[in-house]
Design a protein around this ligand. Structure first.
Ligand code: GRG
Length: 296
């Protein structure tokens, strides 16, 4: 049931992103076709679309219609896709495959992949700022928050800390901080942005932020657990490489049983955070459980 709902949202996001990246949208009018094609390669045809799902469901908690927040959700996914395109580059993880297809720099070339990532990142801010059903003041707040969560104080900063871990073993607190920034910040943004778009009161917005941070931690922990339990060669993904490079993760430090306990604790914390919303929060809580138990 939950997975069906996630898949439905993924289809919706895929269709809207395809429309936007066709080049017909004002933000991309006149863009070079090869660059657009590389952007489409990086953004379409795969991905769970978990961040857009969290945003749409967080907004729905406050009565917002999914059609009114779809472009905002696509903006967030565009940033996520840019981060994957850049993360795959030779200067970073140097990956050949992503979502079962050649990475953008493999399918095109390195310079085009850098530009496609840049263009997906900048497109996101056009999508957030453009006139929409979301009031202008909220759109400004969303632009600022997105810049914080995607930038040096968020995802890009977390990636910088992760790169530093190539030459120095991080201690546990540093690993947690790096992960909260690298993967947690965009997930926390998804939930807080939904609350902003749904015109939630400040206390509820803060609650959604805390929920997002909690499931962001669970997301990363589940990802690391997958790497700890799966065959890295079979897995063929970035974190598998991390294991090859001897990078420490919380599951590698504490073991599988500790990690499963911690994941259950995080789900409990997420449930407590959303308890005031009662049954209305059930889909978001299903998402938290899905994230903690995920196998892909
Ligand atoms: C290059 C600025 C910059 C940042 C890169 C997110 C990231 C930062 C790197 C990705 C490396 C990685 C595989 C991290 C593990 C967690 C993660 C983000 C997995 C991919 O996200 P999913 O599972 O992927 O949501 P799909 O394909 O479903 O969208």
């Amino acid at each position: 049931m939950f997975e069906q709902r996630l898949a439905q949202t993924a289809d919706l996001v895929e269709a809207r992103l395809a429309d936007i990246l066709s080049g017909r949208s004002p933000a991309l009018a006149g863009a070079p076709e090869r660059l657009l094609a590389a952007m489409r390669h990086g953004a379409l045809g795969g991905g769970k679309r978990l961040r857009p799902f969290l945003l749409i469901e967080s907004a729905a908690l406050f009565g917002a219609d999914e059609r009114d927040v779809l472009d905002l959700a696509c903006a967030l996914e565009a940033i996520h896709c840019y981060s994957l395109v850049h993360d795959d580059l030779p200067a970073m993880d140097d990956d050949d495959m992503r979502r079962g297809r050649p990475t953008v720099h493999r399918a095109y070339d390195e310079a085009t992949a850098i530009l496609a990532g840049d263009a997906l990142l900048t497109l996101a801010f056009a999508l957030v700022g453009q006139p929409s059903a979301i009031p202008a003041e909220a759109r400004i707040a969303l632009c600022v928050l997105l810049a914080q969560d995607a930038g040096a104080a968020g995802m890009a900063g977390g990636q910088a800390l992760d790169l530093a871990a190539e030459t120095r073993t991080l201690h546990e607190g540093e690993i947690a901080r790096m992960q909260a920034m690298k993967t947690g910040a965009l997930i926390a943004f998804a939930c807080e942005a939904g609350a902003i778009a749904g015109a939630a009161k400040a206390a509820d917005r803060a609650r959604l932020r805390r929920f997002g941070e909690t499931i962001g931690l669970a997301f990363q922990l589940a990802d690391d657990l997958l790497d700890e339990t799966a065959d890295a060669a079979q897995l063929g993904k970035a974190a598998g490489k991390d294991r090859e490079r001897g990078k420490k993760t919380l599951p590698s430090l504490h073991g599988i049983a500790w990690t499963r306990d911690r994941l259950a604790g995080l789900v409990g914390q997420a449930e407590m955070e959303l308890a005031p919303f009662g049954e209305r929060a059930e889909t978001l809580l299903d998402a938290a459980r899905f994230i903690a138990a995920r196998d892909r």
